[in-house]
Write a protein that binds this ligand. Structure first.
Ligand SMILES: Cc1ncc(COP(=O)(O)O)c(C=O)c1O
Length: 371
């Protein structure tokens, strides 16, 4: 059995009818929005429109991946980090000390779809006159109680392809009509085609129950090369979402996707006790959360990941490589998380059989004393 780390695009989606109400779903129903090929382009577009002065800074959490830092660096915006604890919660005391008159924007990540104390953060930002950007790359369809994440800030950014089986897709929504319209570069036909090809290869691999991917990903060199290539490939040319993703986006059943993700998370939550020494980051699933994954902390994480790949299971890390600009001495715990985190997939293609296999294999590795 091969279990991929993300949902797969089936050609059957092309034959499905468009659901007419997809545009009534948040965030697709936002009045002010622009689709991009990815979230980093959406962030870059926003930064360009906010006209930072040389003395102004953006506040970013100390736990993030290079693709979040990249648009800030490309836009020449100075970054200041604030602390995030080992439960992936913002350290509000640290946030308050960092949010001074130099701060122009604060970016908040709702990790794995779990809301940060966003009402409180919104109040702080409003009082200080700081632009609040909610990073919902991992939080599509997630809510804080009844209110969708992405609707609290001055703007929200989404990476659609992370939750939906799309070759590409990012979305920026914002309040009011503050931003100038810019002409987006058309999606490159070549990279759209490559994206589509990649999705179809994934599909064929699933059907065959065999993939070379677990073999290739066992090599750190290949895995990191692949990750870095995606960051290097990105240029600040603000590419629009591809035609293929535009066609597909209306053909998914969003409610079903949310339900599946919740059911998978609940399963891991109730069964994780079988896996000795695996420490979940989230111990409950609050109402409204659409979980992006089930993160655990384990010793010997890299060995565990490789052993799972040997068994055909691709567990992702989010993120084993942090941008070098995060000061290690000041944010030791971010590096701790990055070293021990392993994410069990909750995506919509994971069914009872797959999630049981994932837990059984982890259980057996822990019994053998690997972690
Ligand atoms: C929290 C977060 N924000 C933003 C991004 C960037 O998204 P994209 O890959 O669509 O540019 C990522 C990507 O991993 C992410 O995890």
């Amino acid at each position: 059995m091969y279990i991929p780390g993300r949902q797969t695009l089936s050609p059957a989606f092309f034959l499905k009818k468009r659901t007419r109400d997809w545009e009534e779903f948040f965030p697709f129903n936002a009045e002010s929005k622009t689709f991009f090929s990815n979230a980093r382009s959406a962030i870059f577009f926003l930064l360009k429109n906010l006209n930072f002065s040389a003395s102004q800074v953006a506040l970013l959490p100390s736990y993030l991946c290079t693709s979040v830092a990249l648009p800030f660096q490309k836009a020449g915006v100075r970054i200041k980090f604030y602390r995030v604890n080992n439960l992936l919660e913002i350290d509000l005391d640290d946030f308050l000390t960092k949010i001074n008159e130099q701060a122009r924007l604060a970016l908040i990540i709702h990790y794995f779809g779990f809301p940060q104390p966003i009402e409180e953060i919104r109040k702080i930002c409003q009082t200080k006159g700081v632009f609040l950007l909610e990073d919902c790359a991992q939080a599509l369809f997630s809510r804080n109680g009844d209110e969708p994440l992405g609707s609290f800030g001055d703007a929200g950014v989404f990476s659609l392809r992370k939750t939906l089986p799309l070759p590409d897709g990012g979305l920026l929504i914002w309040r009011g009509n503050a931003f100038k319209e810019v002409l987006l570069a058309k999606a490159s036909k070549f990279s759209s085609f490559l994206g589509f090809l990649k999705e179809m290869t994934n599909f064929i691999e699933i059907k065959l129950g065999f993939s070379l991917r677990p073999l290739l990903l066992r090599s750190d060199k290949i895995r990191l090369f692949y990750q870095e290539a995606e960051d290097k490939k990105w240029r600040d040319n603000l590419q629009a979402i591809s035609r293929i993703s535009q066609i597909l986006i209306s053909r998914f059943d969003f409610s079903e996707i949310i339900e599946r993700r919740i059911a998978n998370f609940q399963f891991y939550l109730s069964e994780i006790g079988r896996v000795r020494n695996a420490q979940p980051i989230f111990w409950e699933l609050p109402r409204g959360v659409c979980p992006f994954g089930f993160p655990i902390l384990v010793k010997n994480r890299d060995k565990v990941r490789i052993e799972m790949l040997r068994r055909g299971i691709n567990l992702r890390t989010f993120w084993d490589v942090l941008p070098g600009i995060i000061p290690r001495d000041e944010f030791l715990n971010s590096y701790y998380l990055s070293r021990y985190i392993l994410v069990l997939p909750t995506h919509q293609d994971i069914m009872e059989k797959q999630r049981e296999k994932i837990l059984a294999e982890l259980e057996s590795l822990s019994r053998k004393g690997l972690f």
